[in-house]
Write a protein that binds this ligand. Structure first.
Ligand code: GAR
Length: 194
């Protein structure tokens, strides 16, 4: 799990999901770029080891690769930059991201957080939602694993829409992890994908 400097609500949801007996995975560690985020504080309170790695440090890709060595899945939640390609190569088909819109619409560089909801409303969309997808070297591309949608109400503000979509995100991410772990269990070792 690679968290962010954000509030960490998806991270908390995944930690909780992993504590249910029938769930096929559990959060082993949380990575974040700064030590003082709500996400890091929550992870510590929930007893999950945290690692702080700044994307600005020269050895970021190699340190990230070292810390993630041996994990089955890497789940990005509020990760706003490009995931290093060399670390992707180390985990083919095993890096997931959650995005607060119905990709392929409203994705790409600069489309994150509230910018996404503002763009969705400005485009006059009738529905929005969230997407969990496999990560590739291109922003918000990669095979879609789970999408959940919700209506947009005429009076919606970006904040109201963000709150509705976030509730969907908390359902979608555990579903996508179940799905991907199940797929991986049935794949031949050579058929890993990005
Ligand atoms: C979530 O809404 C997630 O979809 C979004 O950041 C938020 C993180 O919230 N990610 C992106 O916009 C990535 N392009 P959280 O810290 O409460 O999980």
């Amino acid at each position: 799990m690679v968290g962010s400097k954000g509030r960490g609500s998806n991270m908390r949801r995944l930690i909780e999901a992993g504590r249910a007996e029938e769930f096929p995975g559990r959060v082993e560690c949380v990575l974040a770029p700064t030590p003082d985020s709500p996400a890091v504080q929550s992870a510590r309170e929930m007893g999950i080891p945290t690692t702080i790695l700044s994307p600005k440090s020269a050895d970021y890709p190699s340190e990230l690769a070292r810390v993630l060595d041996g994990v089955d899945l890497v789940c990005l939640a509020g990760f706003m930059s490009l995931f290093p390609a060399e670390v992707l190569d180390q985990h083919p088909g095993r890096v997931l991201n959650i995005h607060p819109a119905l990709l392929p619409k409203f994705g790409g560089k600069g489309m994150y957080g509230m910018h996404v909801h503002q763009a969705v409303l400005a485009a006059g969309e009738r529905e929005s939602g969230c997407t969990v997808h496999l990560v590739t070297p291109i922003y918000d591309e990669g095979r879609i694993l789970v999408q959940l949608s919700c209506p947009i109400e005429p009076e919606d503000s970006p904040e109201a829409l963000a709150a509705r979509v976030l509730r969907l995100e908390h359902q979608a991410y555990p579903l996508a992890i179940r799905l991907r772990l199940d797929e991986l269990a049935h794949e031949q070792p050579s058929s890993d994908e990005a």
